[in-house]
Design a protein around this ligand. Structure first.
Ligand code: MG
Length: 155
């Protein structure tokens, strides 16, 4: 059994779609990035890669590669999962936290879980998504960005 953790932050800007856990959320701003900037899925990918000893998302899907421009992070997660499986590992469970002052994540949680379950091939009950604000403190509290953390167990 092995454990991995992932952490990511993206900047919130006007004129971008907000995509979290593969779900497009109506909001006045979206996350800036080379891919679709799905900060939650990036944290999940990094946790999986860390657990399997495969490096990190920046190494495997560099933002200098035009191939990944605007790419759906669901695709990156599927690729990550197949690399983890190729090393002989199966995902046991994963636990995540989204750090955002706004919008409210709760209405979209089930759909995010469904998306991650599909990509990882594990049951939705083995996936947990939590969300918190930072009580108005720091860059997340000022609404300048959204962060995400993930811990995953593989065997
Ligand atoms: Mg990222």
């Amino acid at each position: 059994m092995r454990i991995g953790n992932g952490y990511d932050v993206h900047r919130l800007v006007k004129g971008r779609k907000l995509i979290l856990g593969g779900v497009t959320i109506p909001f006045k701003k979206g996350l800036l990035g080379h891919s679709d900037a799905d900060v939650l899925l990036h944290a999940v990918c990094d946790a999986l890669l860390g657990a399997a000893g495969l490096g990190d998302i920046g190494l495997l899907f560099p933002d200098s590669n035009i191939k990944y421009k605007g790419i759906s992070s669901m695709k990156l997660l599927r690729e990550t999962c197949s690399m983890v499986a190729d090393k002989g590992f199966a995902v046991v469970n994963l636990d995540t936290v989204i750090l955002a002052e706004a919008p409210k994540i709760f209405p979209y949680k089930e759909e995010m879980i469904k998306n991650i379950a599909k990509a990882t091939g594990i049951e939705p009950e083995n996936i947990n998504i939590k969300a918190t604000t930072t009580e108005g403190l720091g860059f997340i509290g000022r609404g300048e960005g959204i962060g995400a953390m993930c811990v995953v167990l593989i065997e």
